[in-house]
Design a protein around this ligand. Sequence first.
Ligand code: CR1
Length: 826
Amino acid sequence: MHTVTENTQRFSSSPATVESFTSEFVRQLRYEQGVDLGFASSDDLYQALARTVRRYMIDNWLDTLSTQTAKGAKAVAYLSAEYLMGPQLPNALLATGLAEVARDSLAALGLDLDEIGATEVEPGLGNGGLGRLAACFIDSLATMDIPAVGYGIRYEYGIFRQTFVDGRQAEQPDPWLSKGSPWEFAHPDMAVEVGFHGHTERYTDAAGVERTRWVRGDCVLAVPYNYMVPGYGTKNVNTLRLWSAKATNAFDLQIFNAGDYEAAVRAQTVAENISKVIYPEDSTPQGKELRLKQQYFFVAASLADFINQTLPQGFDLTKIHERVTFQLNDTHPVIAIPELMRILVDERGIDWATAWDVTRKTFNYTCHTLLPEALEVWSVELLGRLLPRHLEIIFQINEEFLAEVRKAYPGDELRARRMSIIQEQPERAVRMAFLASIGSSKINGVAELHSQLLRDKVLNDFSELWPSKFTNVTNGVTPRRFLALSNPGLANLITEAIGEGWVKDLERLRELEPFAEDASFRSEFRAVKAANKERFVELIAQRDGIELPADAMYDVMVKRLHEYKRQMLKLLHVVTLYDRVLRGELRASDITPRVVTFGAKAAPGYKMAKEIIALINAVAKVVNHAPELQGRLQIAFPANYNVTLAEKLIPAADLSEQISLAGKEASGTGNMKFALNGALTIGTLDGANVEIYDLVGDEHFFLFGLTEPQVADVVDAGYKPGAYYEGNRSLKGAIDLIASGAFSNGDRNAFEFVLSDLLGKDRFLVLADYQAYVDAQDKVEVAYADQEAWSRSAILNVARTGFFSSDRSIQDYLDRIWHAKPQPVR
Ligand code: CR1
């Protein structure tokens, strides 16, 4: 087995010796867990190891807390419904510099660090890019000594575990907490009450002022669980605080004694459902309500926590923006805006105008999408029932805002209606992105192109009204997890060449450029890539029982399954190669041996995405067994793509597929991870691909496809996918082959749902970009044949993508939006 931590020693000095670490480990096992080493299960060992490592972070964590409290400097509170953390043990070993000591200690006891580490279940508290970005950001904030807290939800079940049954996705629950988490600290004593439902009342206070109060209908408890977020190469250890829901009165003894045991715990069930599972199905009204409950639950708890626990007693809340900035990670936490207004106006008696001024200075909003259907709205009926006071506040905010719009654009009633927080059609609903835009100081997109399109299209009315509110912060990824930890071979090679400074200052990778010209460096670089492929092949054989060759081109497309991302386009390329071989137009022996790897989960209710998964698996089954293609072309689609798998797969990749339709992918962050690990990108001018392309240069990137303005033209002209099909022999061949039943045991209707959409609608212009994509793939074949030139390009990709460190993103947030300063712990 290969190690996840083999190279971590060199980056940090160790706080323990082998002797002290060993005795702490044995003490944990015996005296905290009550287990003898000789009888310990693999989980016992993991728990003891995690608790031992954790022990070396706690002092710094507590020192960080007292430093930050004493200084009272401005903090960043990141509000996010998702944190896709990935395995915690390797990161903790890296941060503490304990990897070698831990390895040696365990070896002395006859145990293996990697074997124990492999039993960790990753906390899958996110879906994809947005959740992983939040995890990268809290890593960078900690590393950069910024006082920061991440607030979110401690879902009992994370993102579903994907399995394939007859090639179709099936979803299994992810009980990541079933054995407990050694990384969390529960604080039931610090629980916060969160209310729902009820009604509002007007009353006159003692000073004779007319006021409003919310009489809550029911309440749940939000119990905080704290997780340490260790910075790298610093003493600073920040906090991630995730909330778990509990009933205020979990158990009714009288009902129980009367014999109705289910009714006796009903309150508990209802309350605990709030933090039961990430993104519950929301196709039912109950599901919708549960999601909104989740959002208000974590946001209300977080604001109360910050105000009552972090700010000093008696703090003047009209100055709250000097002490904290609440960053809204997409629209999920936006209900925090009326919640802060409610606290300031109703609870603290601050006048509306002052409260509104303070609120807008306290919040900032990051938008992560361009798809109109992804912009959240809540029906007025639901919001008014669940949070009656918040709806009133939203109405008042809207009234004042529309007055401002009418003043700025006299007579332009259409504009006022367009900009209203309340949409009238198809039902009266609250547009959360508009509320966020109005209630924040700054609004940012997540890549240059995305921010531009937000200004010009999605939020154009708002950018006309408030041009200076809009800014960009291009996403980034943490070099600790996605290079130092996940690719130790490359990390060592880089460090030998330019020193270890890059781990905290990724732009230093520029110093690698001259090494691209050095034949012996290139050969070492290839050796690392080859070893990473071996490591991946071994893992996938064990994990999925899939046999793969290690000496092939690894062509990888991993991301959520979505039509706009266009996994179909990649699949059509594979089918085209097969079709050409079957027709005798292409000799299989002329194809560069390739493993096309997919990893993708589909949202459980997203039928088209699930059909595409079934189609990929069906094609894989035939192609992988076709005698013509043996050793030339193979599809690997391991189920349940997650952070753990990404860390093994990305370092093994040669070719990174970033082929979304231009103007649809907000940024992408997988694209950054691949380039940084020395894969070449085949991609469109979409999201952050644009910036990757500009930085690495045209020679080292396979660009293809329509640009965003061209897409708009094609669509405006009345796009007809059928015309592309009729007009292109190889495209027609591929689609006809699928329609012939070649991948479905002769069943010609098996993939009707996908094909009829493609030929009739094709909302994301797969057919329009098909030929350009196939041509670009032909260029890939030619380029890959020259391994010296290819590795030169790959090294230059590494050298030129240091910009995509999440440390740089955080610096941009600090400079452009947050204006908080580092507070180093001495
Ligand atoms: C976007 O689709 C972006 C990440 C992080 C995603 C992706 O392009 O890189 O956010 N959006 O900014 C998302 O997950 C729920 O929305």
